[in-house]
Ligand binder design. Structure first.
Ligand code: GUN
Length: 282
C-alpha cells in the first residue's frame, strides 16, 4: 500500500508555480495578485486562510488579505468584492466559505467576475466543467486529480465512487472523474446500500465531513482511496473521513489526513491564480 504524499507533491507544484509567477512578473512588471476575504471567526477558516496567504508569499504571489468581522453587513461585503473586482493588481479573488449565516453567499460569489474566480465556483466555470470544456476548476477536486496524475493512477474505465455532493468538492469531483472517462457514482446522506456501492469502487473519494465515516469494510481490495475530510475525532485530534488503519488493510493507494489532499488544495489555488494572471497577458 502506498501512502500518497500530498505535502511533498504540493511542494513540488509550488516550486514550479514560483517559476511561472516570476516569469509573469518579468513580463508584466507586476506580481500576480490574490485577494482573500475572510468574514467572521470560524477557527478552521482562519487557519486555512493564513496558510493560503503564506503559500502565496512563498510562491512570489502578492496577497491582499481582508478580514471582516462576523457582523459585516451584506452591502459592505458586496462593496469590498466589487472594489477587488475592479482592481487591476488583483488577478484572483477568493471568498472563504462558509460565510456567516446572515450573508447571502450567492450574491457575494456572483459579484466575482469569472476571470478572477480562482475557486471555479462561477456559473460560467461550472457550465464549462459540466460540458468538459475546460475553465477554472475548484481547488480541492482539482488537487485530487493532480495527485492521481502525478502518482500515475489511471482513471479511464475505472469505477469511481464519490461520497458527498457539495458544490465545493463532491459535484465538481464527480464531473472531473467523468471527464477523465471514469464510470462515476455519487453517494450522499440519502443513499441506500452505501457500503455495497463503496465496495465496488476502484477509486473511492470521501468528502462527507464525518470523522472516519469510511471504514475498512467499505474498501475494495486494491482500491485507491482519497480522503478529502478535515475532521476531529472523539479526542479532538485531526482526522479524515476515512478510517486510515481500516482502509490501509485493503487499499493500494491511500491519502493521509493531514498531509494528503489539504496541501494540494492550496497548491491548486496558487495554480489557478497564476493562470488567471497569465490570461491577462494574452
Ligand atoms: N472552504 C473550504 N474549502 C474552500 C475552498 O476551496 N474555497 C473557498 N472559497 N472556501 C472554502
Amino acid at each position: 500500500m502506498t501512502v500518497i504524499d500530498g505535502k511533498a507533491t504540493a511542494a513540488t507544484i509550488r516550486a514550479e508555480l514560483a517559476v511561472r509567477a516570476a516569469a509573469f512578473e518579468e513580463k508584466s512588471g507586476k506580481k500576480a495578485g490574490l485577494a482573500v476575504v475572510l468574514i467572521g471567526n470560524d477557527p478552521a477558516s482562519q487557519i486555512y486562510v493564513r496558510n493560503k496567504i503564506r503559500a502565496c508569499e512563498e510562491a512570489g504571489i502578492r496577497s491582499f488579505a481582508h478580514f471582516l468581522p462576523e457582523n459585516t453587513p451584506q452591502k459592505d461585503a458586496l462593496a469590498l468584492i466589487k472594489a477587488l473586482a475592479a482592481d487591476e493588481s488583483i488577478h484572483g479573488i477568493l471568498v472563504q466559505l462558509p460565510l456567516p449565516r446572515h450573508l447571502d453567499a450567492k450574491e457575494l460569489l456572483a459579484a466575482i467576475p469569472a476571470e478572477k474566480d480562482v475557486d471555479g465556483f462561477s456559473a460560467e466555470d461550472i457550465g464549462k466543467l459540466a460540458k468538459n470544456e475546460g475553465g477554472t476548476v475548484a481547488c480541492t477536486p482539482l488537487g485530487v486529480m493532480e495527485l492521481l496524475r502525478r502518482y500515475r493512477i489511471s482513471v479511464a474505465g475505472k469505477r469511481a465512487v464519490v461520497v458527498g455532493r457539495s458544490n465545493i468538492v463532491g459535484r465538481p469531483m464527480a464531473m472531473l472523474l467523468l471527464n477523465a472517462d471514469a464510470t462515476v457514482t455519487i453517494c450522499h446522506s440519502k443513499t441506500s446500500d452505501l457500503k455495497e456501492i463503496c465496495r465496488e469502487a476502484d477509486i473511492l473519494v470521501a468528502a462527507v465531513g464525518k470523522p472516519k465515516f469510511i471504514t475498512g469494510d467499505m474498501v475494495k481490495e486494491g482500491a485507491v482511496v482519497i480522503d478529502v475530510g478535515m475532521d476531529r475525532d472523539e479526542n479532538g485530534k485531526l482526522c479524515g473521513d476515512v478510517d486510515f488503519e481500516g482502509a490501509s488493510a485493503h487499499a493500494s493507494f491511500l491519502t493521509p489526513v493531514p498531509g494528503g489532499v489539504g496541501p494540494m488544495t492550496i497548491a491548486m489555488l496558487l495554480q489557478n491564480t497564476v493562470e488567471a494572471a497569465e490570461r491577462t497577458l494574452s
